[in-house]
Design a binder for this molecule. Structure first.
Ligand code: SAM
Length: 365
């Protein structure tokens, strides 16, 4: 891994102090109109479901910044261009979504939506204000890591990603590194984390079991992991979703292509995977987020309006790479399907929603 800002000097390592709340997560507030978060706690181990250098050999995060190699660092910015979009170059081809300005805007917008769903909060896990070391896996533009570092000035926050697309001006307690989280993790075991945050990494992880076991290894006892993400198949409670033929067909094809690519979008499975990896107090909070402003409840209507805009932005990045590289479609074929999907998403007589999950688990003390 390498510091994603080429001019960074090494960072001071903080002594690791575990400081997480022992109390179980609080019940989220419910809203009207059926848009209720369903919380699925684990009882007796059974899940009740309702619902750059790139210094490959560098094994320590702390102190590694100075050692990175300039030529390799610049190669991570030799981005790959395809079908009018820009893609990462470190471990080229490993991830199918773009990393260009358009995608970065989408990620920042989605960050806003995640906060709306959580009532303004950045996380669902019951962490304490005195938390020390935090890792944001697949940080994207780094917006979550930066906000978190601002909110917790005493914490040291690290964001990693294949793409060095994070800004240079960040809080002093926030750092970014280029890293491939599907490889063996090189963070120093002596400097374990108190909170590991994973958001929107469906379609990016090769082996969720191995990934969760790396997280487990790199958490302090009592530390929390949070995996947040969206289901890919749209649903409806009034049957109108059945008319979203293109939307449903597209979602199924996205899942099929992702599975062939070897990186599934399977957020629903991660609570059980957490339990299998040894985590306890696993809770899966699920929120029904409407696609479009069709809900009666004022908050759900506003959220639906934003969510619709986001879903319209989601269609292209989730189609082009997967459909052309994996399913062998041409760009023109993709354009035709994408236009139909967007029409379904905009159709006011179709009342779909998507389940958003926030799955948290604690490493036993
Ligand atoms: C959909 S974005 C989510 C970004 C961020 N977590 C958020 O919620 O705003 C997924 C991110 O994961 C990164 N990513 C994908 N595969 C990765 C890997 N193997 N190692 C590190 N980062 C990866 C991508 O570059 C991208 O920035």
């Amino acid at each position: 891994m390498v510091d994603s800002q080429s001019s960074k000097a090494e960072s001071a390592s903080q002594p690791t102090t575990l400081n997480v709340e022992e109390t179980p997560p609080q019940e989220p507030k419910s809203t009207e109109n059926g848009f209720l978060p369903s919380v699925s706690p684990v009882v007796n181990g059974a899940l009740e479901v309702d619902a750059i250098e790139i210094n490959e050999t560098d094994s320590a995060y702390a102190g590694s910044y100075a050692s990175y190699n300039t030529s390799l660092a610049s190669s991570i910015k030799n981005y790959m261009y395809e079908n009018g979009r820009r893609y990462h170059s470190y471990r080229e081809g490993e991830y199918v979504l773009p990393n260009d300005e358009t995608e970065q805007d989408r990620l920042d917008f989605s960050h806003h939506l995640f906060k709306m769903v959580l009532g303004g909060k950045l996380y669902a896990a019951p962490i304490s204000p005195g938390i020390h070391r935090v890792l944001d896996v697949g940080t994207g533009t780094g917006i979550w890591a930066i906000d978190f570092a601002d909110e917790f000035p005493s914490a040291e926050v690290i964001g990693n990603d294949l793409s060095p697309i994070q800004p240079g001006w960040v809080p002093a307690n926030c750092h970014f590194v280029v890293d491939d989280v599907n490889s063996d993790w090189n963070y120093s075991p002596e400097e374990a984390f108190d909170f590991i945050h994973v958001r929107m990494m469906g379609g990016a992880i090769t082996d969720w079991g191995k990934f969760l076991s790396e997280i487990y290894t790199h958490l302090n006892p009592g530390g929390w992991v949070e995996i947040a993400g969206l289901e890919t198949i749209p649903k409806s409670d009034d049957g109108t979703g059945e008319n979203a033929h293109a939307f449903i067909d597209w979602s199924a094809k996205v899942n099929k292509a992702a599975a062939s690519f070897g990186k599934v979008f399977d957020i629903q499975a991660q609570a059980q995977n957490m339990i299998n990896a040894g985590f306890v107090d696993v809770v899966d909070r699920t929120y029904k987020v409407p696609v479009g402003p069709w809900a009666k409840d004022k908050k759900a209507k506003e959220l639906g309006r934003y969510h619709m805009v986001h879903m319209l932005d989601v269609v292209e990045p989730y189609t082009l790479g997967l459909f052309t590289r994996v399913l062998g479609w041409t760009k023109d074929e993709c354009e035709v399907l994408m236009a139909k999907v967007r029409a379904d998403i905009r159709n006011p007589s179709i009342h779909t929603y998507v389940d958003w999950h926030f799955i948290c688990g604690r490493k036993p003390v």
